[in-house]
Write a protein that binds this ligand. Structure first.
Ligand code: M6R
Length: 618
């Protein structure tokens, strides 16, 4: 949460900061601010709302835009309401230090009391203002440099942070530090300029040479000088490892689409092809997953697997549970990362823990992974963002390579995670001889057809627009599914909640009669996943129960299913596919339904209220 941006160089900083903030808005968008440094003075502007509101305020206040050094921030509130005062950058009592921060200083209260006793005052409710004043206090008290004061302060705080701080009287030095929250530095032309950002996509136009700061590191950036990387704990110098970014600019633009979410939904057929192309070699019957191949023994011998994730990735994990139990006969537990950390989990050395995360930065998942590693487990990661914290901490892993996902509601990362889980389950089935040759050949053929079938499913968008037109003003929706379709029902409900703010619940279809059935009346649309499988007749029974109580049934069914046409109010006919792969198709109409409803309700689809793309606080 929160996006940090900064620039130190020879170009006009203003446009770099504003355009960078727009690319970081997915990380938080309740308030924002920038500070520009010029002639040992700074100009600051902060406002509630989006970066576009910040731009308007800057122009209405006729803010001086001079300066080739600056900091900017887009916020997702943790401590204190979203308002102008709590927005970043924060300034120390003497007006000398200006700082932006992403993360949480857990012992901010104790530090604040200490500082109050020492004559400090606070304008905001934020933990960031506490930290910048602690740095100021130590700088004055110890008569030390800013660098030294930052180091000593950070050794005193408990929590997570990525910070960037500048001293007004010496603005050509910027100090950054990291623990838990991401921050990267782009090395610009001739190594004479530095770009600072929570996510390098915001400076991709200028440079692809990136240093990802690691936990416990700080860096001192000086204009026209080489960067100076050090350990926070003991000031030891470290050699920086500069990486070359492989992202293409087109991947982070909306193109012809009104919202990133729609673009990302439509990218799914291509992503599936790309993922399979580099991993599945049908003619040789080989599935290539490096992190699994090099740990074959662990995967072959394991007696159980635990999968840990949050949100949509947790739904993909439930599908993974179903796949691995079915194809490999290995018992699987799926845990919410946030619950796992606090339940004193039983983990034995060499147990397999799989963590799944699109961003690779989700704080709860990261904490769960660290705990699992501490207890000796073998941790395998499935991440989308290359070089992310989770990807770096795991023992082995695989990237989904779905490309940058900008819409806050996850779509393409979900299908990419499922594809990886399918490949993993088939691979383990072959290791453990639970998947024989003819079955694997059948599965490969089915996999080979998925991309084209998703393309055909996307053609249903017009039908879904019509259905959305009828129900977009309703207040509640229910989503039902059985077996592997239950997690898809959860995912459909989550998508609708997130972007349209309609109350929606996902339920196992058979559980409906144990409670939710009480909610059903003529004002309750029920989305039922009713493709042909072993539970088909049971699901038909559930649909009858809904209709008997005047509920509205929107069924996701297979082509040429005449039986369901007779009882459901609306039938969305998707192509046929084997049941264990069908979530890849059934989820598509649910993503489109949520999108169309949110569109009709005129919601900001890519940046729904209260949410942020990566949840980097616990
Ligand atoms: O980046 P992660 O996959 O770890 O994120 C987990 C959840 O925060 C995420 O899936 C969230 O639920 C999405 N907004 C769902 O659309």
């Amino acid at each position: 949460m929160c996006g940090i941006i900064g620039y130190l160089g020879y170009r006009k900083a203003y446009h770099i900061l504003i355009n960078g903030l727009k690319k970081l808005e997915y990380r938080g968008y309740d308030s924002s601010g920038i500070a520009l440094f010029h002639n040992n003075e700074y100009n600051l502007c902060k406002t509630i709302g989006k970066v576009s509101d910040l731009e308007k305020t800057i122009f209405s206040k006729k803010m001086n835009l001079k300066g080739s050094i600056g900091l900017g921030h887009t916020r997702w509130a943790t401590h204190g309401l979203p308002n102008n005062v709590n927005a970043h950058p924060h300034v120390s009592n003497s007006n000398e230090l200006i700082m932006i921060h992403n993360g949480i200083i857990e012992n901010h209260h104790a530090i604040k009391i200490f500082l109050l006793k020492n004559g400090f005052f606070f304008k905001s409710e934020t933990d960031t203002e506490v930290l910048v004043n602690l740095i100021e206090y130590l700088k004055i008290e110890n008569k030390s440099s800013l660098e030294e004061a930052v180091r000593i302060s950070l050794n005193e705080v408990i929590g997570t942070y990525s910070i960037a701080i500048i001293e007004k009287s010496n603005p050509e030095t910027v100090i950054l530090a990291k623990l838990g929250s991401p921050i990267s530095i782009g090395i610009g032309y001739n190594e004479k300029e530095f770009f600072i950002a929570s996510d390098p996509i915001s400076f991709l136009n200028y440079t692809k040479n990136v240093l990802y700061l690691q936990d416990g590191e700080m860096v001192i950036l000086k204009k026209n000088k080489k960067l100076d990387l050090r350990k926070i704990v003991n000031n030891l110098k470290i050699s920086p490892i500069i990486k070359k970014l492989k992202i293409n600019l087109k991947e982070i633009e909306k193109g012809k689409y009104k919202y990133f979410m729609l673009k990302e939904i439509y990218e799914q057929p291509k992503i599936i092809l790309d993922t399979l192309k580099s991993r599945l070699f049908i003619s040789n019957e080989i599935i290539y997953i490096n992190g699994v191949d090099s740990n074959k023994e662990i995967f072959t011998k394991t007696k159980s697997i635990t999968i840990i994730a949050c949100g949509t990735s947790w739904h993909a994990s439930l599908i993974g549970e179903y796949l691995i139990e079915k194809l490999d006969h290995i018992p699987v537990e799926v845990e919410y990362a946030s619950e796992f950390i606090y339940k004193d989990p039983i983990i034995n050395p060499k147990d397999i823990i799989i963590v799944i995360s699109q961003s690779g930065e989700t704080a709860d998942t990261l904490s769960a992974l660290k705990l699992a590693k501490k207890k000796g487990a073998f941790v395998f990661g499935i991440c989308n963002v290359v070089g992310s914290s989770i990807a770096r901490y795991v023992d082995a892993g695989v990237y989904t390579h779905a490309g940058p996902e900008i819409g806050v509601a996850s779509t393409k990362s979900f299908t990419a995670q499922i594809i990886i889980l399918i490949l993993l389950a088939i691979k383990l089935g072959k290791y453990r001889s639970t998947v024989n040759k003819s079955f694997s050949q059948f599965l490969y053929k089915e996999l080979d057809s998925i991309s084209e079938k998703i393309n055909r499913t996307l053609e249903l968008n017009t039908t879904l627009q019509k259905v959305s037109n009828l129900y977009y003003n309703y207040n509640n929706f229910l989503y039902l599914g059985r077996g592997i379709h239950f997690p898809v029902a959860l995912e459909g409900a989550l998508k609708l909640k997130e972007i349209s703010y309609i109350h929606a619940e996902g339920y196992p279809a058979a559980e409906m009669k144990h409670g939710p059935i009480a909610l059903i009346d003529e004002k309750m649309p029920v989305v039922v996943l009713a493709t042909k499988n072993d539970f088909y007749e049971k699901i038909m029974g559930n649909i009858q129960e809904i209709k008997a109580r005047k509920g509205i049934v929107i069924a996701i069914a297979n082509q040429n299913d005449c039986q369901i046409d007779m009882i459901a109010d609306h039938v969305i006919n998707i192509p046929n596919i084997c049941d264990i792969f069908s979530p890849l198709l059934t989820v598509i109409p649910l993503q489109l339904l949520a999108y169309q409803i949110a569109f009709l309700r005129k919601k900001n689809i890519d940046q729904p209220r209260n949410l942020a793309k990566s949840v980097t606080v616990e």
